[in-house]
Design a protein around this ligand. Structure first.
Ligand code: SF4
Length: 340
């Protein structure tokens, strides 16, 4: 079986080259072709001798993921279905924003958390992705994009903190090999407390987002089922500590569901329970999906009022502009086109 190079650091690639009795600097050249020029064929590495290119082709493969299909939305956001070596598929999105592009990456095939308003949660869990499979989503999209994708969010399919080591390895590869600044990387978790604490101890300058969706345990047990084992009092304690130790502001994501979590009492609980946490709140208009449990989106005027009250209470609050909804590429919609 051929050794896979994608997912290895430059030093690890150089160590592989050593097996072919080639000098370490050639590992650097190859790493640059893979991570900075997004080349997926040794024959295209034009500053490498023909003999070495042949030997590389005989002994190694660059990647074993490929784009199965892609759909571009009217707003320029492009959704990709990526086929993995075992035939499973995951989705990732190149989100177009006026001043930059953001890659939204998946960390698992499916998801075990089963948030009832999320298409991925409804599709069930198959397996964790490996670091190369996570990183490759970025490289595949960047290789097909004329613009630099300068930001990365781990908000695609899966719960990154239930695949912690692979997620972190891909973060380091994105940072050190691809050149994405740590401050341009965001990991979003549904609130796996033990790994918020673990990430805190890594002392990285990346952004942490927590999908909160309710400040009431009973309601959150239903909306984010891992809440049963990761209750709000402990979650808020971990978030407060994280923000204090890292000096990084936490983002709380809050999907707005009509008459479920957008009531006056929900707002009041949120204001009370977030007190003292260095945070920012991101309100997300709900996107429709096909699910057994129907949720309706909160009307925009009510979301804006929610935002105003939170801002007046001293919480910086933004309203997420939904990108890619014309192709089911928006938040909570990944997997809708998969069809198993
Ligand atoms: S919202 Fe995130 S954590 Fe919840 S089911 Fe969907 S992918 Fe999993």
């Amino acid at each position: 079986m051929k050794e896979l190079l994608l997912g290895k650091t430059t030093n690890e690639i150089s160590a592989q080259l050593d097996k072919l009795n080639e000098p370490a600097y050639k590992g650097k050249q190859i790493s640059k072709w893979i991570y900075q020029r997004y080349v997926r064929d040794f024959e295209k590495m034009t500053d490498i001798s023909k003999d070495l290119r042949k030997s590389l082709t005989d002994n190694f493969e660059i990647s074993n993921s490929s784009v199965a299909t892609k759909i571009e939305s009217e707003d320029g956001t492009t959704k990709y279905l990526v086929k993995l070596k075992d035939g499973n598929t995951v989705e990732c999105v190149n989100i177009f924003q006026p001043d930059h592009h953001t890659a939204c990456l998946s960390t698992q095939v499916g998801c075990n958390v089963k948030c009832p308003f999320c298409a991925t949660g409804l599709s069930g869990f198959k397996r964790n992705l490996t670091p190369d499979e996570i990183l490759d989503q970025y490289l595949l999209m960047q290789g097909q994009s004329e613009e630099r994708i300068s930001q990365v969010v781990f908000m695609g399919m899966g719960e990154p903190f239930l695949n912690y080591d692979a997620t972190l390895k891909s973060v380091h590869l994105l940072n050190k090999e691809v050149g994405i600044g740590m401050r341009h990387i965001t990991i979003s978790t549904s609130g796996i407390i033990r790994n918020i604490e673990k990430l805190m101890n890594e002392k990285l300058q990346l952004n942490l987002a927590v999908s909160l969706h309710s400040a009431d345990d009973e309601l959150r047990d239903r909306l984010v089922p891992i809440n049963k084992n990761n209750p709000l009092s402990e979650l808020f304690y971990a978030c407060r500590k994280y923000a204090d130790v890292t000096k990084r502001r936490i983002t709380f994501e809050y999907v707005m569901l009509k008459d479920i979590n957008d009531r006056r009492e929900d707002l009041e609980k949120l204001i009370t329970r977030l007190k003292g946490i260095h945070c920012h709140i991101n309100l997300i208009p709900h996107n429709p999906i096909y699910s057994a449990e129907k949720f309706e989106a909160t009307p925009m005027n009510k979301i804006k009022e929610f935002q105003r009250v939170l801002s007046d209470a001293g919480y910086p609050t933004t309203l997420r502009v939904s990108r890619g909804s014309s192709t089911d590429a928006a938040c909570g919609q990944l997997s809708v086109i998969q069809g198993g």
